[in-house]
Ligand binder design. Sequence first.
Ligand code: GLC
Length: 540
Amino acid sequence: MNNGFSAWWREGVFYQIYPRSFADSDGDGNGDLAGILAHLDHLNDGTPSSLGIDAIWLSPIYPSPMDDMGYDVADYCDVHPMFGSLADFDRLLAAAHQHGIRLLMDLVFNHTSYLHPWFQESRSSRESPKRDWYLWRDASPRGGPPNNWQSVFGGRAWEWDETTQQYYYHMFLPQQPDLNWRNPAVREALYEVMRFWLERGVDGFRLDVVNAYFKDALFRDNPPRLGLRGYDRQKHLYDKDQPELLEVYAQMRQILDSYGERMCVGEMLDGNPERNARYCGDGKLHLVFDFNFTRQPWHPAAFQRAVLRNEANLPPGGWPCYTLSNHDISRHLSRYGGRYPKERAKVAAAMLLTLRGTPFLYQGEEIGMKDGKIPYAQIQDPPGKRYYPFYKGRDPVRTPIPWDNSQGGGFTTGKPWLPLNSDYRQVNVAAQREDPNSVFSFYRKLIWARKASSALRRGAFEALIQRPRDGLAYLRQTEEQTVLVALNFFALPATLQLDRPLPSQKWRTLLGTHRKEDEEISLDRAIPLEPHEVWIATPR
Ligand code: GLC
């Protein structure tokens, strides 16, 4: 089974659920676990009328004061009442498995909420047995914070505690104190949390800011660099990416392996393929998101460069992992859609789902959702409040999923915690299920075609154009199958001139936006494409 190449996490399609915005079952305006359970058929009912994804990653569902929308955990081993209970979770997990869907929990191990009992205990006195579970320091001899470190969310990263007359470190909000990973008791407590969820049957974890666990033991100042905000005006030599990480990754890997067929995917703060390569592969993290891919402009050459850079840096046992959107960054249709949102949604989806690597979808992209518009008064995300109007925060990418065009969008019978997108009466799941040309219909065709193709799931990647201008052309190949992918990125017809000979002259269409399934085409060294055409074919 587990020969390394057929591992489910290399070949499967993952789907990120942001639980608060997915589906609300009880009318309180917040999505919940029962809401997810009720929509599993949308994700995968075993037939091509569903999306067909293989695994979900649940953003945090733990008890939390929601200062950072659940990325501030007050209890790692329970469920926030807003989302349901542990019993609801067990029901969801069992039902997901019955649907052939695996489930990843989101582990936020760099920090806890300030309301976590560990921190409450830690801050109670300097003598507390948990004092050393967090990063406490005296004021600098000149007065003020111990060093120059800045918070990712703005302001300095040190908070003064009146009671015990020391500062504590928080990479994010003051309500998110960082754990001290150098303390073996902390480590063991967090590994226990992993075991708790593995014992319950989860299939793996998404690890939040997994390269930030350790800070410099000497707490040295970061050197300056040019940038806009405080955090960007420093080189982060000392507040993340410390060498101790590798030992922890090896231990985590061992825990996961001891349960068989489990996995983890790491979120890297400021990650790039060169740095990611240190952290993933054999004996380390299974996968690491390549966020460089999300930073590309809408141009085939940019994406090809990003892919080749990622491929070139893969360590032994490493495997690419691509995503276009998540709960922290602007939805890709808002970045790329321009005047052709529907067309570009399809080109982007075809690229994501045919590259070599594990694709992660973000809820709503399968219907071509864009960022919502949130009036200032309704903004909930702390960095949004802080930097408005220069940065409006992450609420716009977290608006509820519109299931249909009714009042509340089928998301809730109450008042949604964030407003539905203004176009939800057109852009919703029900409307798109009916329409064979919708973005949703295209996603499901792609995913089911991928499932049926060994080349798309695990084949080697070969770019066919050295300097792509209009579109991408590449091959995916295993011993048993060859697949050709051609994508026109723009609104003009194009003929892609290939720099390499094709392995065949006669091709049969597997799937496309313009050509019919099984349509046959003879090609030499060029591929003619209509505007925004996707064409996926196999030798006849
Ligand atoms: C990660 C999460 C983000 C959160 C931050 C702090 O980047 O994706 O949503 O705010 O970590 O936990």
